[in-house]
Design a protein. Structure first.
Length: 158
């Protein structure tokens, strides 16, 4: 019998190409669930589990904010960090067009375009964190420093 081939996402392909080690956690899920439920399904510690939000500045520029799953983004702080007058979450209907991903499967790696990435600074408390693997049902665990390096991101408090 042939071994079942793992389906790679853009996020996984980028990590493979750059020879960055990561662990893949798969879970059964038909539709979007929030990050806390994803952490429960995978057994990942919730405090080390991060969600990816895409915000748009008044200028029209998009920004990627990666923050703990149990936390809400502070829009005023996010705008200041991004150097914008204001930012707002992009509408759910625009997620796929902007990122190439679906809601609940949005990874900070491998979007259609490379947007500025801001990682919530509590991630620096951990060697590794859990992020979306680029599709619903896939979580990646990787080094915080590798994530910052591959995305060109920076750690901030927002």
């Amino acid at each position: 019998m042939a071994k079942e081939k793992e389906i790679k996402t853009n996020a996984m392909r980028i990590l493979d190409k750059k020879k960055i080690p990561y662990e893949t956690l798969q879970y059964e899920c038909e539709e979007f669930i929030d990050g806390l439920h994803t952490a429960q399904k995978t057994g990942a510690p919730p405090e080390q589990s991060f969600k990816t939000l895409v915000l748009q500045g008044k200028s029209g520029q998009y920004y990627v904010f990666v923050l703990p799953v149990a936390q809400e983004v502070q829009l005023k702080r996010a705008a200041k960090i991004a150097g914008e007058k204001s930012v707002e979450m992009i509408p759910v209907k625009d997620i796929t067009a902007v990122t190439g991903y679906v809601r609940g499967g949005c990874s900070p790696l491998g979007m259609k375009k490379q947007y500025p990435v801001f990682l919530y600074k509590s991630a620096l408390d951990y060697e590794k964190i859990y992020i979306s693997g680029g599709r619903i049902g896939t979580t990646l665990c990787l080094s915080v420093q590798d994530l910052l390096a591959v995305t060109g991101g920076r750690a901030e408090e927002f």
